[in-house]
Design a binder for this molecule. Sequence first.
Ligand code: 5AD
Ligand code: SF4
Length: 439
Amino acid sequence: MAEPKKLYIKTYGCQMNVYDSERMAEALEGYEETATPDDADLILLNTCHIREKAAEKVYSELGRYKHLKAENPDLKIGVAGCVAQAEGAEIMRRQQMVDLVVGPQSYHRLPELEAKARSGAKALDTDFPEELKFDHLAKRPKAKRGPTAFLTVQEGCDKFCAFCVVPYTRGAEVSRPVDTVLDEARGLVERGVREITLLGQNVNAYHGASADGERSLAQLIWALNDIDGLDRIRFTTSHPNDMSDDLIAAQGECEKLMPYLHLPVQSGSNAVLKKMNRKHTAEQYIRLIERIRAARPDILISGDFIVGFPGETDQDFADTMALVEEVRYGQCYSFKYSSRPGTPAAERALVDADVARERLTRLQRLLTTQQHAIQDAMVGREVSVLFERAGRLPGQMVGKSEYLHAVHVSDDSISTGDLRRVRIAQSAPNSLAGELAHG
Ligand code: 5AD
Ligand code: SF4
């Protein structure tokens, strides 16, 4: 058999890109992954377009591979992901050394595109094809896996928030059929996975086909709950308007569903929410959080915020701070608004850059204080930890609690993949530490 060729994939952005990169590696038979671009026969950049000079970053990364291409004329270079979708053939015009450009909905065509690139032609596919890439990808997880895995169940978005490129780069909202999701989940569990995170840009809008009609995300979660050997289920990212009653109930009732919910609100100001086309108010969001906490009182809520959205006033920003005070987040991502070409908000006047920066600093200070308060309150409590890997200290292992906190424990009896009870003894800025609970 021929020596396998070497594939280097660099992944930017969200968890869905991480999942997609794994699927691309599997689709490219005859390749094995390498950890550095230096000895690669094919380099793939799986790019993100959500914020800030994403495209520029890709061009400068490509520039770094110029010498590799000079040394190895057989090296092929490809750009995948949302920048590939947004820029298309422009990438090849600007960087002649790019051989292959593939958008997120065409990854199942990667083997053909790779063959075309190998033959010396330029290969480009940024269509939104009729057939679902999922019908062709993702069926054959190859090797043994770690204890946690991502599984994409839904992709694309029909919400059209005024700032967001996702509806343009990932396309319209589609859900994978229930059976294919369950098959993939069983395959992962057979390969050692104990925790699955269901992924979707709008995961709680999931409405997958099944023999008995469409199924909601909550129904999918209940079906996954029956898989022996699967211990934990998570899902991300949810939209407040798709948080259905059955999903809220499942947070309280489904034993394997973890008490952690990523529920972005973006702003606490109704005027800004309206300009963002979010189709919900701050009060509706807060009421929703109350209902979720009524179902599962210890749930950890996380979110995303954008500051400096066009037209955001001091009062709007004060409303965001007030919402954060009220919700009490365990973990958050917050960003300065960045104009995305092609989105409705891109045409609007920007907030002064210094004002936006100062607001972001204030918001992040508050969010960090909340995160630490929630972590500190874990001290003395017992949590369950799924251990994922060795830590930096000898004998130390790191895993995640049900609340997604990283937890360090030094104990020789722990192996990767163990699910153990741990008593938390310390809270550090971004992790917890403890000891195995006995008895
Ligand atoms: N500018 C800043 N942040 C953005 N996000 C999405 N689009 C933009 C943008 N144009 C943030 C949102 C979203 C997260 C994934 O990225 O908060 O929830
Ligand atoms: Fe983007 Fe809004 Fe869709 Fe989320 S819901 S992916 S922020 S358009």
